[in-house]
Design a protein around this ligand. Structure first.
Ligand code: ME8
Length: 504
């Protein structure tokens, strides 16, 4: 079995400051990457920055610096976000990296050699903000469908023969029904392609901040051809990194994107790849859109949610949990601070934090700060609790592969709720007086359940899970999914716990 798993985020435009939307997409990929590693996969998790194009050239000009100086500085904001959110990416690609420039030129040459690029003249509408071309019929009230301003562009341009790929794309979507997810996005893409494709302008001559077209240096590549290629550049398309064969990493298992850029990923990208005789990614998932207290998030409205700020105010694991639990992944969601506070207080402080606190405190107080010895026998209700996480691993694996993060969390919180009820029903504080042995079994059951909960939560809330596993003295080798069956060792030391999630 091929044990590799390659997951990517979009590469973000550097002229924006990182906001909650960027953090969200990368977080989803981080959770998948961490989960797959925990499950024994050899993961390659890629993110990065998109640094070319007219938009960036203009932003640099406004700052009166060279584009390269500008991007060197602003791409650091996205690197800071990785640290702030504890993202576990294996690589960070910048489109100004030499490896990427070479890879784009290699792809261009291949497309040219295969006869899919020709020189023509472009005349039509272009939106710098969207970095996209629009036909006359797509223009609404003189603007792009997104509302961005457009300008009339007339210049010599190389074209990619996109039209030729129409039926091949449709055929591919039909044979691979899970290529585009969720289904609503798939339908959208299929009807767009069925509506007819036009050849795509893939070079520009009216500005210079981009990758030079190898056979004609007056042209630079269209920024989306450049940007999409990042996914193969980092996978060693040019064969420059020793010891890593391109086709061992590529194709990607998953391109995670927001719904705004599905067309580029699900239409243009597969067409470029087919035209270059390269395998296609296995899946493109387009998630939904966050609004802020009901309003579209935008710089001009001044309501951009700053991830650095909310992590500082509410805590990293709290924010990670909220983003993944609040909205079924794929749907749009509204970011509201009061909802964030509710979630933290009810799910994290009251349910989970409280369970950990009360169980560990009882062990410290009544069992000399040690895990009770493994019981000789359990009652049915003990086994029911002990088995609830470990017997659901396959269900969690499926849900992660379907990107249903909220469902995984919902299930885990059901177990947390059951564990709290079990404490109330078993009442270990009374057992202490009349059946000490049974109290030990109950506390052992609860510690084992907490251990499993912490193992499965590692991808979602890594710091808290690590704290719990350290606190229960679980060795590093026993924190994988495959070792979840190994019961917690009796006699492990346990000390007075800190509060996991202070109430807000
Ligand atoms: O499009 N809600 O970069 P970009 C949810 N460089 N997600 C959001 C969001 C919101 N309100 N706002 C942004 C680009 N995102 C190109 C990509 S890939 C080869 C090139 C997320 O900086 C979402 O993932 O505009 C969206 O697709 C991405 O940020 C757009 O980032």
């Amino acid at each position: 079995m091929n044990n590799n798993f390659y997951v990517t985020t979009p590469i973000y435009y550097v002229n924006d400051i990182p906001h909650i939307g960027h953090a969200y997409t990368t977080l989803a990929c981080d959770i998948i990457a961490r989960f797959k590693r925990l499950d024994g996969f050899n993961v390659f998790f890629l993110t990065g920055t998109d640094e070319h194009g007219q938009k960036v050239e203009l932003a640099a000009k406004n700052k009166k610096v060279k584009p390269i100086e500008f991007v060197n500085e602003v791409s650091l904001n996205f690197k800071d976000l990785l640290k702030c959110m504890q993202f576990s990416n294996d690589d960070f690609i910048r489109t100004t990296d030499e490896r990427h420039i070479e890879s784009c030129q290699k792809l261009w040459n291949k497309l040219l050699e295969n006869g899919h690029i020709y020189l023509g003249k472009y005349s039509g509408w272009y939106s710098v903000r969207d970095e996209a071309f629009f036909s006359e019929s797509e223009i609404v009230d003189g603007k792009a469908p997104s509302g961005s301003p457009v300008e009339w562009v007339e210049e010599p341009s190389y074209f990619f023969n996109l039209k030729k790929w129409e039926s091949k794309l449709i055929d591919f979507y039909e044979k691979n029904p899970n290529f585009i997810c969720p289904a609503s996005r798939r339908n959208e893409v299929v009807s767009f392609v069925k509506g007819g494709l036009l050849d795509l302008s893939v070079s520009r001559t009216s500005f210079s901040w981009g990758i030079k077209v190898p056979n004609d240096n007056n042209h630079i590549m269209y920024v989306w051809l450049d940007a999409l290629t990042n996914y193969i550049s980092a996978a060693n398309y040019t064969d420059k990194v020793d010891g890593r064969a391109f086709l061992e990493t590529w194709p990607a298992d998953l391109h995670m994107v927001g719904k705004d850029i599905i067309r580029f990923h699900a239409v243009y990208w597969p067409a470029f790849l087919m035209a270059a005789d390269l395998p296609l990614p296995k899946k493109i998932f387009a998630h939904g859109w966050w609004t802020n207290e009901g309003q579209k998030i935008s710089k001009s409205l001044g309501n951009v949610i700053d991830p650095f700020d909310i992590v500082e105010k509410f805590g990293l694991d709290q924010v990670r949990y909220f983003l993944m639990r609040e909205v079924p992944f794929g749907n749009d969601g509204d970011f509201s601070i009061s909802q964030l506070i509710n979630r933290v207080n009810s799910d994290l402080s009251n349910s989970f934090g409280n369970l950990f606190q009360r169980v560990v405190s009882m062990v410290v107080k009544n069992c000399n700060g040690k895990v009770p010895e493994k019981p000789n026998s359990f009652l049915d209700e003990d086994l029911k609790l002990i088995n609830s996480i470990k017997n659901s691993l396959n269900e969690y694996r499926e849900l992660i592969d379907l990107q249903r993060f909220d469902q995984v969390l919902k299930h885990i919180w059901l177990v947390i709720g059951n564990a709290n009820k079990y404490v109330d029903i078993q009442a270990p504080w009374s057992l202490k007086k009349n059946d000490f042995k049974r109290m030990e079994v109950v506390l052992f059951t609860l510690l084992e359940t907490l251990k499993q909960i912490a193992i499965i939560l590692q991808p979602f809330i890594p710091s808290t899970s690590e704290y719990i596993l350290n606190h229960l003295s679980i060795p590093n080798d026993f924190r994988q999914l495959k070792s979840i069956n190994i019961l917690i060792s009796g006699n492990n030391d346990i000390s007075v716990p800190s509060i996991l999630f202070p109430r807000i």
